[in-house]
Design a binder for this molecule. Structure first.
Ligand SMILES: [Zn+2]
Length: 611
């Protein structure tokens, strides 16, 4: 796609996603003057400082300095890259992606869009049958018996597919939709006598994608027969291992509460939701997949697994827990009483009991230790050795030494052996592992050193401090000044020679500014910035537009200069401390330190002490 097309597409996507309506799905906003105000989803706060400006179509938080347009918001909120966020919003607004390389991809995208519309139509049809027709009586009675409230059924758009072969087929025909094309949705099938409905006499659970568009259905049979549960087949919209049921409804609560609870089935999820546990999603099976783990990881680092006790220990479920961990989630496991699932437990014992179980959840290590202990039922020394052997790889996964020691202690206590014995086994195991791994590590290291490049000849930012800073960070203020006026850029470039940037993103932004110096208009248009810098670009622009603490150029440069001197002094102080007593090196360093201190006093007389 050429640049112009790309820009047009971006504008189209923004126009199709009004910012207050998008943000309103995540943050409850109230009108104040010409803008909207709410609690910032990006930092913890009690009084709202998160502003959404519908006129200019941007948001800005006075608390943490996050801001930008609707694309930036979705990038942050859904943890997506710029192109991903663009597609996400395009999908939300039903805008087809711009001309892609191949016509085949275009067709595929059109088809997906059409299939989404088909699913929406079907969901509304099934919903209507459930709520408004005599045919829905049976399903309504079933929901009542299972203790599902009408409100929960409404929120999750539950429906009922009547006991008929052509209910949906007839509807599609009435709407002049091609049945042949509709077959791809998996909602209807073709038989000898023509097309017929896949779902018959089933309570239906629409499965939404993270944007809230129905992409598939799960159906529970209400009469006799098999299978009891039937899902949509694999379609261009749906593949089973990719979706978490209820993620769209739960994602905001997951983010707010900082963790997700994963249950197994539809009923578990509905019971949990209506009992006030809004951060619950259902895995639709016990074996969690990498796609599901990644989907969760967008919203939280913590996952609590509440599976049926008999299932949780099975190999597939165990593997699923490892997959969560491998994808950066910290996993806790709830131990439910035997024979219970969250659905039955919530109905029998109420939310209090479920909450207690959640609070008493075990970390993954303890859960596995218990599992191995139970399975091996140790007693004999051989059995104990077996358990230790099964546990050692788990210890290796834990990189934190303190935590590892604690694990070793626990294993020893539980097996009634000495800590030394477990520790010795661990050392043997670790040594063997190291030997296996070493050649690889060395290779990786040497490649990395060759990779380092310094664009535009500037030194790289100081390590370990690349996180985003608040609007008052002097480097950020400098960038805002540069965007305000071109001549500021020149002066700053001069003033900053010899000064290291501490925030990598700011450094890259500054380099880009120098590169686009010849741009005709100033500030340079957003299109001149690569995707990874756009979010910062809009934030800085928003800050400038809001007239946020107009920084003064000389003051900024002085502060940066001062910070640089402080850093150098700290560095030399450390070297002095490390130098051998009375060595020539030490004297040299001390002289340098004196010089730097003098410089500091001369340039910044009011400055006392180092920060
Ligand atoms: Zn904020």
């Amino acid at each position: 796609m050429d640049r112009l097309k790309q820009e047009e597409f971006i504008e189209e996507v923004k126009a199709g996603n009004e910012i207050t309506s998008v943000i309103g799905e995540y943050v409850s906003l109230r009108k104040r003057g010409s803008s909207f105000l709410g609690l910032c989803p990006f930092h913890q706060e009690k009084t709202p400082s998160f502003n959404v400006n519908p006129e200019k179509q941007f948001f800005y938080c006075f608390g943490c300095g996050t801001g930008g347009d609707v694309i930036n918001f979705i990038m942050r909120m859904e943890n997506l890259t710029f192109p991903e966020a663009l597609n996400w919003l395009a999908e939300r607004a039903g805008i087809s992606l711009p001309v892609k390389e191949t016509p085949a991809e275009q067709r595929a995208q059109k088809e997906r869009e059409w299939l989404f519309r088909l699913h929406k139509l079907a969901a509304l049809y099934y919903r209507k049958i459930l709520t408004e027709t005599p045919a829905g009586n049976k399903a309504r009675a079933y929901l009542e018996e299972r203790g599902i409230t009408p409100a929960a059924a409404e929120e999750f758009l539950l429906g009922y597919a009547p006991d008929s072969w052509t209910g949906l087929v007839d509807l599609f025909q009435k709407k002049n939709l091609s049945l042949q094309a509709a077959e791809k949705s998996g909602l209807i099938l073709r038989g000898e006598k023509g097309y017929y409905d896949r779902f018959r006499d089933r309570l239906l659970f629409p499965i939404s994608n993270p944007q809230g568009r129905v992409a598939a259905f799960g159906g529970r049979l209400l009469g006799e027969g098999v299978p009891k549960y039937l899902n949509s087949p694999e379609t261009p919209l749906f593949s089973k291992g990719r979706y978490l049921y209820g993620l769209f409804q739960a994602k905001e609560a997951i983010r707010r509460e900082g963790r997700a609870v994963v249950v197994e089935g539809y009923m578990d999820l509905l019971q949990a939701h209506q009992a006030g546990f809004k951060n619950v999603v259902a895995a639709l099976g016990t074996a969690l997949t990498r796609d599901q783990a990644r989907a969760l990881r967008r919203y939280t680092e913590y996952a609590v697994i509440a599976f049926d006790a008999d299932l949780a220990g099975q190999a597939a479920a165990m593997r699923g827990l490892d997959i969560l961990k491998e994808n950066g989630l910290q996993v806790q496991v709830v131990t439910l009483p035997p024979g219970e699932d969250p659905d039955s437990l919530l109905r029998k014992e109420g939310p209090g009991a479920f909450r207690q179980l959640l609070e008493a959840s075990k970390d993954l290590f303890t859960f596995k230790l218990d599992y191995f202990l139970e399975k091996a039922k140790p007693g004999t020394p051989e059995k104990k050795a077996q358990v230790v052997k099964a546990i050692l790889p788990l210890l290796a996964e834990e990189e934190n030494m303190v935590v590892r020691e604690e694990y070793i202690r626990r294993v020893a206590v539980r097996l009634e052996v000495s800590e030394e014995a477990v520790y010795t086994e661990w050392r043997k195991y670790a040594r063997a592992q190291r030997k296996k791994k070493q050649p690889l590590d060395i290779k990786r290291k040497s490649r990395n050193t060759n990779d380092i490049t310094h664009p535009a000849g500037l030194p790289p930012a100081a390590p370990g401090k690349t996180e985003r800073e608040t609007p008052s960070h002097p480097e950020r203020e400098v960038l805002r000044l540069c965007l305000q006026e071109k001549k500021n850029l020149e002066r700053i470039k001069e003033a900053l020679s010899g000064i290291d940037w501490t925030v990598e993103e700011y450094r890259l932004f500054f380099i880009r500014l120098l590169e686009v110096y010849t741009a005709e208009s100033w500030p340079p248009p957003a299109s001149l910035f690569p995707a990874e810098l756009r979010s910062l670009y809009t934030e800085l622009q928003a800050e400038n537009e809001l007239g946020l603490l107009p920084p003064d150029l000389d003051g900024c440069c002085r502060r940066l200069r001062q910070l640089q001197l402080s850093r150098e002094i700290r560095q030399i102080q450390q070297e002095v401390a490390a130098a051998a007593e009375d060595s020539p090196e030490l004297h040299e360093k001390l002289a340098l330190l004196n010089k730097l201190h003098r410089q500091m006093r001369e340039e910044f007389p009011s400055f006392s002490g180092l920060r």
